[in-house]
Write a protein that binds this ligand. Sequence first.
Ligand code: NAD
Ligand code: WQD
Length: 340
Amino acid sequence: MKNILVTGGTGYIGSHTVVELLNLDYNVVIIDNLSNSKMMVLDRIEKITGKRPKFYKGDIRNREDLSKIFKENQIDCVINFAGLKAVGESVRMPLEYYENNIYGAVVLLEEMKKNNVFNFIFSSSATVYGDPASVPVDETFPTGGTTNPYGTTKLFIERILMDLAHAEPKFNICILRYFNPIGAHPSGLMGEDPNGIPNNLAPYITQVMVGKREKLNIFGNDYDTPDGTCIRDYIHVCDLAYGHVCAIKKLDENPGVVIYNLGTGKGSSVFDILHAFEKAYGKPIPYAIAERRAGDVTANYTKVEKAEKEIGFKAKYDINDMARDAWNWQKNNPNGYEEK
Ligand code: NAD
Ligand code: WQD
């Protein structure tokens, strides 16, 4: 079976992908600097799958860390989740974001090349479409117009990958543009564990449900949408995890560089999400209408045809499943991965 190096593998999406890979008998090696995740994730992965992935505490910007891994393991494919991802923080600390995300990706690719590893999967984001002219978006829509340095790192790395695939035909690269991953592993053992006040909708709602926050602030109800709140394409993190397996298989065809949007194809408003969580909770969740948040686009959801046709990817969970699993995780782990 193939050996997959998962950078950022103890993070939110990485950990769910590692579980999916182990369940399908891939061998997994993780590198993570633990800047935004905890060692305990490895115990949870083992509890769910019965297997413990090989773990290296290290940094993708550190050539020695990487070359040690490539020397000690015959890696077939790298999935690069490692990166900083907080939009607001990226506005305050742009250099840290460009250095960690872009320089990190470049060093990783250079070390792959040195060690004859040419299969690469990249965690990109729907944010590269900026404010799309219409929805649903497909992969041919223009990219650009990102509204924060985080999004711009994704845009620049995509560009670097396209130039690399052009210059070095040995590289096979799959760019996955995630829409809005939420939810958690159905076991309740793994989920999203943000530091501090959550920036994103779903973890904020679950923290209200568990009593850590007073109420949800809905950022604007005067958008040009049916209920006035913004529309996004929320995708269950386990569906997203499976998308990476589809991508690994695609790389066997030596496709050069390929790009897929990963979403459900269904747009949901903030109120739709709130109601899905209320259904899981069995009671109302307190909220207030607040000012619009700078940088938010009115609507962004994807067409699913390309991913379905070319890599056989189809999301199977809906927003009620996402809410149920996210709530199950938060309820069982009110403080995330912290020791109680
Ligand atoms: P996360 O923060 O939970 O996971 C990222 C992991 O990478 C963390 O465990 C962190 O410790 C590690 N890391 C960061 N910099 C590193 C470095 N230089 N070397 C080694 N490890 C490093 O984030 P996530 O939500 O799991 O996101 C994974 C990837 O997917 C990120 O690249 C993110 O930008 C991208 N993405 C996420 C979303 C989302 O909404 N969560 C949407 C689109 C794209
Ligand atoms: C969703 C909706 C908010 C919080 C961001 C990044 C994107 C990608 C995914 C990482 C919006 C509303 C939110 C709250 C609210 N990230 N909201 N109250 O903005 O679509 O995407 O995360 O890679 O790059 O930009 O997701 O979860 O922050 O917001 O009303 O407390 O919920 O206004 O309409 P977003 P989100």
